[in-house]
Design a protein around this ligand. Structure first.
Ligand SMILES: [Zn+2]
Length: 368
């Protein structure tokens, strides 16, 4: 066992052999930023709505639940592993905090009980918990997915099976993962007449994280479905087009370069992945106990400013394709804006950007 201080609490966690590989209860130090942002997002959400109960559906060491309890939430933690239950209970006691830790499968519990906020943060895909989570969540559903290879199309068949969508392995693969996950969750909610509004979503390192505000009713569920559609992508010139709706009409040839290699991804979520005001409010709720505060602030401010186009570009990839040297991002974005286009950085990487310009227009606008 080792002791870890995180966000003002101290928890004991097993020595980790390899990422989730051993039999030990899993603690992922790479996700400290995810947990810091979670605490801040829960605070921001509590300012918007009357919420008290928080479920950590797959608790492992209990670290999420302990941190939520330290922040005043009425916490329940679940795990199917009795060792995890014992460890999580010990971690609550060690911090002198109250929380119900139950040896129970979240899929069973969420069919009996409902919580204001439900956090599904399993190792791998959240899909095995998705249906139950929509039944058992009143207001806010937080979801982590670490199976990025299926989500982004690198493991194509697994992505199709698990998420009921066609993912494509493009140069915006992390964003593909975000939008495949949101699509699957929107469609799962819609089965129960629940509509989702993504308040905050980010792809960081090897996971995707989203916070969905839930509303009940056929109309709001229809609204969420209306945010779904397809992206038609040309791997030859990197032109891409989005098409809303559940019936795809892929072009025979790329409208930009006339190439015949166009691939279609979808149905993916084409709508906004966050609300600007919420991203700003989350940033305002970070605090100095959070060791990832600087990185989280940068992430949230980039997310706040990010355009809502469903795909992004990488300046270095484009410049390599065009036989040019890449330049400073700010100059590149200024050139686009100077030509009358909207342009922003994205949180997906330091050389990535979004714009309403087509790829041929990007090339022309940034020509030296
Ligand atoms: Zn093309």
């Amino acid at each position: 066992m080792q002791t870890v201080r995180e966000g003002g609490v101290v928890v004991r966690v097993p020595e980790q052999a390899e990422q989730g590989a051993g039999d030990e209860v899993f603690y992922n130090p790479d996700q400290e930023l995810n947990r810091d942002v979670t605490v801040a997002a829960l605070r921001a959400f509590r300012d918007l709505d009357r919420v008290e109960t928080y479920l950590d559906a797959t608790t492992a060491t209990g670290v999420r639940g302990v941190r939520a309890a330290a922040d005043g939430w009425d916490v329940t933690c679940l795990d199917v592993d009795p060792e995890a239950v014992d460890l999580a209970r010990a971690n609550f006691r060690a911090n002198d905090l109250r929380g119900a830790v139950r040896h129970r499968d979240a899929n069973v519990d969420l069919h009996r009980n409902r919580y204001d906020v439900v956090d599904v943060d399993p190792f791998g895909s959240p899909i095995p918990f998705a249906d139950a989570a929509f039944r058992g969540t009143r207001k806010l559903l937080c979801v982590t997915a670490t199976d990025t290879a299926p989500l982004c199309g690198a493991h194509f068949n697994a992505g199709v099976r698990r998420y009921g969508a066609v993912p494509r392995n493009t140069e915006y693969h992390a964003e593909m993962g975000v939008r495949v996950l949101l699509s699957a969750l929107a469609r799962t909610g819609a089965r129960y007449d629940v509509g989702v509004t993504p308040l905050l979503t980010h792809a960081t390192r090897h996971y995707v994280r989203t916070y969905l505000e839930l509303d009940t009713g056929g109309g709001v569920a229809d609204d969420a479905i209306s945010e779904l559609g397809y992206v038609h992508h040309c791997p030859e010139c990197l032109h891409r087009e989005a098409e809303f709706g559940l019936i795809a009409h892929p072009p025979d040839r790329c409208p930009s370069c006339e190439g015949d290699q166009v691939v279609t991804a979808g149905p993916i979520w084409l709508g906004s992945i966050r609300e600007r005001a919420f991203a700003s409010a989350v940033a305002g709720n970070l605090d100095d106990d959070m060791s990832t505060r600087d990185a989280a602030e940068k992430l949230l401010s980039t997310l706040e400013a990010e355009l809502d186009t469903p795909t992004h570009y990488d300046q270095h990839r484009l410049c390599a394709r065009w036989g040019r040297a890449a330049g400073p991002m700010d100059d590149f974005l200024d050139a686009l804006r100077g030509a009358g286009f909207a342009a922003s950085r994205t949180h997906y990487g330091g050389t990535t950007f979004k714009t309403d310009a087509a790829v041929a227009e990007v090339r022309e606008a940034t020509r030296e």
